[in-house]
Design a protein around this ligand. Structure first.
Ligand SMILES: Nc1ncnc2c1ncn2[C@@H]1O[C@H](COP(=O)(O)OP(=O)(O)OP(=O)(O)O)[C@@H](O)[C@H]1O
Ligand SMILES: Nc1nc2c(ncn2[C@@H]2O[C@H](COP(=O)(O)O)[C@@H](O)[C@H]2O)c(=O)[nH]1
Length: 213
């Protein structure tokens, strides 16, 4: 069963819920060989990050060129910077049967849903809003005004949960990782994904002169 397309997996959710943390844990040993879709961004590289690994760091004018030339599956402006998903490698990898993993914010995920509705959309939710607030505060990257803004936005983003296929509560990172992997692997077993390959195996079997068995 090697001729099937890979799955497009979109992990999304409000700021601070732990998308980056859960994604990093999934890719730490990447037992299912997902391909991570590296996004383009105009934000500055943070210490420890690498160009082409964490993001493609580009200028605003370069990013706008990518938009004009339709090179992005989706893009969004987030906290003053552009973030976008390059489309070419996604298509290439899906065609090779590889599962492609996107970790993006909610606005972008909903745009992907419009263009590639066959994707698997997973919403990472906080155990509760107090915990979400403590995670944003604990990260130490934002002042109180930005934290307030992120919490207001989270309220709207949680409303968008209904447009997703699955919700995973990020109570503990290891639980969330296990659930995300389980969702993806069970999607591989869905009848409508395997039926075409099984039918083509049946056709091969009977065309190769086994009719008289
Ligand atoms: N299950 C968890 N329990 C406790 N803390 C967590 C958990 N998951 C993530 N965190 C912590 O919450 C903070 C936010 O996590 P992270 O940066 O991964 O969120 P994010 O959703 O990627 O945010 P953003 O969208 O703003 O980039 C980090 O300090 C991280 O260590
Ligand atoms: N719509 C998109 N959102 C993206 C993309 N790549 C990352 N992100 C999200 O942006 C925020 C901020 O990321 P950070 O690295 O600056 O903390 C976070 O929610 C990411 O999930 C993308 O291509 N499109």
């Amino acid at each position: 069963m090697t001729d099937r397309r890979g799955l497009l997996i979109v992990l999304s959710g409000p700021s601070g819920v732990g998308k980056g943390t859960v994604r990093a844990a999934i890719f730490e040993n990447n037992i299912f060989n997902y391909v991570y879709s590296v996004s383009a961004t105009t934000r500055k590289m943070r210490p420890g990050e690498q160009d082409g690994v964490d993001y493609y760091y580009v200028t605003r004018s370069h990013f706008e060129e990518l938009i004009r030339h339709d090179k992005l599956l989706e893009y969004a402006e987030y906290v003053g910077n552009y973030y976008g998903t390059p489309i070419e490698k996604i298509e290439e990898n899906l065609a090779k049967g590889k599962d492609v993993f996107l970790e993006i914010e909610v606005q972008g995920a909903l745009k992907v849903r419009e263009r590639m509705s066959e994707g698997i959309f997973i919403f990472l939710a906080p155990p509760n809003l107090h915990e979400l607030e403590s995670r944003i505060i604990g990260r130490g990257t934002d002042d109180m005004a930005v934290i307030y803004e992120r919490m207001q936005k989270a309220r709207e983003e949680i409303e968008m949960m209904k447009h997703y296929d699955y919700v995973v509560v990020n109570d503990q990172v290891s639980n969330a990782v296990q659930k995300v992997n389980a969702i993806i692997q069970s999607e591989h077993l869905k009848v409508d994904r395997v039926v075409d390959q099984i039918q083509s195996q049946i056709r091969d079997y009977f065309q190769k002169g086994n009719e008289d068995l």
